[in-house]
Ligand binder design. Structure first.
Ligand code: GLN
Length: 468
């Protein structure tokens, strides 16, 4: 069974009549049936509705030929959904037993826009419950495993989404990134992960974690596929007043990329650091200008994040009282409880000024710092995680160590800027390595352009996980 490597190639296979949408879906579902028990990436399969969609795609293509893409630009693009995305009549659990038997009555905006453009939804993916976590181990439905090596974590919180893409269980996936939950699993699984600008895509219908940080985003095999999904979903929405329409930035022939010395300190694992240096020299050899910059406030990002984020979590999780839907609060697992307690603490009288207000002030400083640096350069290059994938269980008992995995990802959420994680190589243990690009607000196109150029010259792309 020939499965597409990206959407461009899928369209070619379809147009040359080498395959059909139903056959592609058969291929994905066969692989899921055979291998998903090893990695635990899906919570719910949408078999019946996906076949219905695939049959319709075949019918439309046979009637309209290539013209079908004018009306349905993503016809037959098979996508999995992190189980935080409401999809009509489908179970949505956020990987928590609180919502074990909850069925969404409507589509989230991201889902309805992808649906309208012709996407096929194959199922809902496992994740850390409520998107709390960096490893995928916090799911109430058991951990997801890294298909590159089952002893390692796939990264979280959007663990199942990243795994479903690297395993060829689908062509792309949706995720959410509040502090790195798309970029970290993308990095640990060797796929592209996009965290857009806060305010670029509607969050309507996506289970809220920390609203001022949450971003809807994607996993894909190439930056071009991530770009297509971004463009299909972005833009103002009557259901989310925080979304803005912005004209995309002009592309250039030569970009200046900043590297902050704070990103190459001793805390970074040598393989991650060496790979970043290799990527930088590849970029330099291919016409990019590299410039040293300084982001001294980076070291405070994690403290700021772990005040603001739990504060907002405690507020957002207050709605799960078991009265209107879901089970009562006794169903919350320890990590959610920890964040509710932390959040109510930093918001309580006597501590509000000392913690929450202070963190908000530092947040402002971090925003100013990024604005200053991004005035001098088109993008910033950084590691995604200070280490390659770690072992299952290695940090599970130590929340602080787990929180430190986010040290290079949370700053983009605090500043609301876009970031793109790109796979680039493998470690000596055959685990994926990569890096991220951070850009100016609403300059996603610049990041895609740089990534595209990098992908075309990189000779060490990790490829896909071998499940056999
Ligand atoms: N790992 C981070 C946390 O647990 C980020 C989670 C996310 O981005 N959803 O808070």
């Amino acid at each position: 069974m020939k499965l597409p490597i990206n959407y461009q190639q899928q369209k070619k296979l379809i147009s040359e009549k080498k395959t059909t949408h139903v056959e592609i879906l058969d291929g994905y579902l066969e692989r899921i049936e055979k291998y998903d028990k090893k990695v635990n990436s899906f919570l719910t399969l949408m078999k019946e509705s996906s076949y219905k969609q695939a049959r319709l795609c075949d019918k439309l293509f046979s009637e309209l030929g290539e013209d079908v893409y004018k009306k349905y630009p993503l016809l037959g693009f098979v996508v999995s959904l992190k189980d935080l995305y409401a999809a009509e009549s489908v179970r949505t659990t956020a990987s928590s037993k609180v919502l074990d038997d909850y069925t969404s009555p409507y589509d989230s905006t991201a889902v309805s826009r992808l649906r309208a453009d012709g996407c096929i939804f194959i199922g809902k993916t496992n994740c850390d419950a409520w998107a709390h976590g960096s490893s995928g181990e916090n799911s109430d439905y058991g951990p997801t495993k890294n298909p590159w090596n089952f002893d390692f974590v796939p990264g979280g919180s959007s663990s199942g989404s990243a795994v479903s893409v690297t395993c060829d269980f689908c062509l792309a996936s949706t995720g959410t990134d509040t502090g790195g939950s798309i970029r970290l699993p993308a990095n640990f699984c060797g796929v592209v992960g996009l965290k857009p600008t806060w305010g670029a895509i509607s969050r309507y219908g996506v289970v809220a974690m920390a609203s001022s940080l949450d971003c809807v985003g994607f996993f894909a095999n190439s930056s071009e596929d991530a770009r297509s999904l971004f463009n299909a979903t972005k833009g103002i929405d009557g259901f989310d007043a925080t979304v803005t329409n912005v004209t995309p930035a002009k592309l250039k022939n030569d970009y200046t990329i900043g590297i902050a010395k704070e990103y190459l300190n001793d805390g970074v694992n040598p393989q991650v650091k060496n790979e970043l240096k290799r990527v930088i020299s590849t970029l330099e050899n291919n016409g990019f200008t590299i410039k040293d910059v300084s982001l001294p406030l980076t070291e405070h990002a994690i403290s700021v994040y772990y005040i603001i984020q739990p504060a907002e979590v405690s507020s957002n999780l207050a709605r799960y009282d078991g009265v209107r839907y879901g089970h009562d609060r006794s169903y919350f697992a320890p990590e959610a409880k920890r964040r509710i307690i932390l959040g109510t603490h930093v918001l309580s009288e006597g501590y509000y000024d000392a913690f929450y207000i202070k963190a908000m002030k530092v947040r402002e400083k971090i925003i100013e710092e990024f604005d200053r640096v991004l005035n001098e350069v088109d993008a910033i290059i950084a590691p995604v995680s200070p280490t390659p994938p770690f072992k299952l269980g290695e940090k599970a008992q130590d929340p602080l160590q787990m929180y430190l995995a986010d040290i290079y990802t949370v700053a983009a959420n605090i500043a609301g800027i876009p970031a793109l994680a790109i796979p680039s190589n493998i470690t000596t243990q055959n685990l994926p390595l990569g890096f991220q690009l951070l850009g100016k607000r609403f300059n996603e196109e610049v990041l895609f352009d740089i990534a595209n150029k990098f992908e075309s010259v990189n000779t060490k792309h990790p490829g896909k996980a071998q499940l056999l």
